[in-house]
Design a protein around this ligand. Structure first.
Ligand code: IVH
Length: 673
């Protein structure tokens, strides 16, 4: 690796600075400048330096972000100033009343007719944390606790990449407060991973974050994806700012993640509109919010307003409708997945949760179901978080104490769709329907095959597939490619035009790249990303079919267990037969690969902004299919930048470096589409 630096202490300092800079670009700005390999090289060099010179190791080094030593307990921490809570308002009138109370209070202080500027912030549903920096270095982080004393969770906070370990240009003592949370996408992925491994799932992102932050072993926290938003500069002696808005800017300049949704608004009614807007659009955000926080920005006014008990007078929480509700669990039913796994779901007496009527909810898997101790016929608690599918989380508290309860639910002994006796293999998480000809299994496979990330056949949805299956026109995915317009025209909902359109869409799908075909096959554990990685590594289905598990496990992100599962699936006779049929029908079973030929051969491209017709993945596929390469950062080595709507700083950088910039149409022209 790296040769010994002349001045190891200096080199370690440089490396730490660079690494934290790139962490910031990646985790806070979501706009990385370098690729994973380059980043890893910097980390490797620093790790080597620190192990060769143990005196250089320090707790705030980026190498510690993967988790240091476990602690034996969480010591108590007394907050420098109490961490306050917030009074709630639940309507526009209550918000107006709060403003009137502030005016009345200030009038008594001799301030007549103040002009309020408000900072309106999403109230992220996580847990409040305080971070202490001494001479610019992160030294301690604590939970809110009872507001006066919290617990020291420094070891876990170090693993959150978006929390700066050092801040530049800071006074001797700085305290920052904010919310630790788990994003909805990270939460769903974590629960799916846990459910698939037979582990208990978390009730909601808040519980997942709270359970993680109080762990003694930071390695655990490092594996669970936590994030942070800074929302208060609670101590920074000598820093010249006179409003909360300026404090947020100060924090942003020091690389703290400050929520980009936060707005400065100087009109009471516009504040109400903003709060109501978030309540309507909460599903658009990738983090759960349970309300909005409205703060008077002026720090002098804040000081004059003071606090009433635990609640500051200068801020309120606008609370949204709750996202949990109690209702009756009518019945537990079971779905069959494309590989035969039985998944339980709940039929509920319809109930409004977070403004939406819910009558079904997922129950993950049977172990999770047993652990939750819910029974058909009883009241249960349902949760709906943002865009996340509704879940049943527990029995209603009062039913648990009953002497007589209905029987615990068991998976069916026969497949609910084909009647075949079900099986549960030793150590497996799911009870399965072993019948490959099960119509529901086939339906699920077909649905997956035509879906967006797979063959993406427009006009062939769940309804059409069900009809085609019912008329025995389609059994296996390959049958789709044998359909003729004459077969479709007589069917309900089809005319000559729509039949011709669908046939054309099916024909077009034959040009989908190999990675998508691989995903479409429905191999357990092979989703969109794994399919792309496998396609890139092996280049063709034949190379993959003859790979051994060790070679498959060389693909980043694929462990040994998954690799041997993939290997087993590839040996399946039916899958092999399907592959041969698809090959004969003309689907792509090898990468149209870079390097040789192609109009973009040898060219490096960068994508920025939203393209009118293509998703990022589709654009990347097009470019790679034409022999080009896509990287995430603009540098002197970039040949072309493809820019869409709302491009980021990459476009500016490209202009600065004099790199040619094209739009989607330009890209299509280059490729000869
Ligand atoms: S300000 C005096 N701002 O809400 C200021 N709190 O009920 C006190 N929270 O414990 C907090 N987002 O966990 C503030 N943008 C935000 C917030 C926020 C979430 C939570 C925080 C606090 C609770 C207050």
């Amino acid at each position: 690796m790296a040769t010994e630096a002349a001045d190891p202490a200096k080199r370690a300092r440089e490396l730490r600075e660079q690494i934290e800079y790139h962490n910031w670009r990646y985790y806070v700005l979501d706009d990385p400048e370098i690729g994973d390999a380059q980043f890893d090289a910097l980390m490797d060099e620093l790790r080597e330096l620190e192990s060769a010179h143990p005196e250089l190791a320090r707790p705030d080094s980026p190498t510690r972000r993967v988790g240091g030593e476990p602690v034996s307990a969480l010591p108590k921490v007394t907050h420098r100033e109490p961490m306050l809570s917030l009074a709630n308002v639940r309507s526009a009138d209550e918000l107006r009343a709060w403003v009137q109370r502030m005016r009345a209070h200030l009038a008594r202080e001799g301030i007549e007719d103040p002009r309020f500027e408000y900072v309106v912030e999403p109230k992220v549903d996580g847990l409040a944390i305080s971070l202490t920096y001494e001479h610019g270095r992160f030294v301690q982080g604590a939970t809110r606790g009872d507001g006066v004393t919290g617990e020291d969770v420094t070891h876990n906070l170090r693993t959150i990449r978006s929390i700066p370990m050092r801040i530049a240009d800071a006074p001797a003592l700085v305290e920052v407060r904010g919310e630790v949370y788990m994003s909805l996408s990270d939460f769903t992925a974590l629960n799916e991973r846990r459910a698939a491994a037979g582990e208990s799932t978390f009730m909601n992102p808040r519980n997942a974050a709270a359970g993680t932050i109080r762990q003694l072993d930071p390695q655990l926290a490092a594996q669970r994806p936590l994030s942070f938003w800074a929302y208060q500069l609670s101590h920074a002696e000598g820093v010249a700012i006179d409003s909360h808005w300026q404090a947020l800017a100060w924090l942003r300049e020091r690389r703290f993640p400050v929520n980009p949704e936060i707005a400065l608004i100087d009109d009471d009614e516009a504040v109400i509109e903003r709060c109501e807007g978030w309540e309507r659009e909460r599903g658009r955000l990738d983090f759960e919010i349970d309300g909005a926080v409205v703060k008077v920005s002026d720090l002098e006014l804040q000081r004059r307003l003071g606090a009433a008990g635990r609640d500051p007078r200068w801020a309120v929480a606008w609370k949204f409708a709750p996202t949990t509700a109690a209702t009756k669990l009518l019945e537990i039913r079971w779905n069959v997945g494309r590989s035969g796994d039985l998944h339980p779901y709940a039929l509920l007496e319809p109930v409004a949760v977070g403004g939406v009527r819910v009558s079904r909810a997922t129950l993950h898997n049977e172990e999770d179901l047993l652990r939750k101790d819910i029974r058909a016929g009883e009241e249960v608690i349902v949760i709906r978080a943002g865009d996340v599918i509704p879940q049943v989380i527990s029995p209603a508290p009062h039913v648990v104490e009953r002497k007589r309860r209905p029987k615990p639910p068991l998976p069916p002994t026969r497949c609910p769709y084909c009647g075949t006796p079900t099986v549960k293999e030793e150590g497996a998480v799911f009870t399965r329907c072993p019948n490959r000809d099960c119509p529901e299994r086939r339906h699920q496979l077909l649905k997956h095959f035509v879906s967006g990330g797979a063959m993406d056949i427009e006009g062939l949805g769940e309804k059409q597939l069900a009809l085609l299956q019912e008329r025995s026109l389609v059994r296996s995915p390959s049958d789709i490619y044998r359909l003729r317009a004459e077969d479709l025209e007589p069917l309900e909902g089809f005319g000559a035009l729509s039949a011709a359109k669908l046939i054309a869409a099916i024909e077009r799908s034959k040009r989908q790249p190999f990675a998508r075909v691989l995903n479409a096959l429905g191999i357990p554990e092979v989703g969109e990303k794994t399919a792309r990685d496998l396609a890139r590594r092996f280049g063709s289905i034949d190379a993959l079919l003859s790979a051994d598990p060790q070679q498959i496990a060389e693909v980043p992100g694929i462990g040994e267990k998954v690799a041997s599962g993939i290997r087993r699936a590839l040996d399946d006779e039916q899958l092999r037969a399907l592959i041969e049929e698809l090959r004969a029908l003309g689907l792509r079973l090898r990468e149209a690969r870079a390097g040789r030929g192609g109009p973009l051969a040898g060219k490096t491209l960068v994508l920025t902004g939203t393209l009118p017709q293509l998703t990022r993945e589709q654009a990347q596929e097009l470019i790679e299919g034409a022999g080009g390469r896509v990287t995430s950062a603009v540098s002197a080595k970039t040949d072309l930048v493809v820019a869409g709507a709302a491009p980021g700083s990459k476009l500016q950088k490209a202009r600065r470096l004099g790199i040619e910039v094209i739009d989607e149409e330009g890209l299509r022209r280059l490729i000869g589409e």
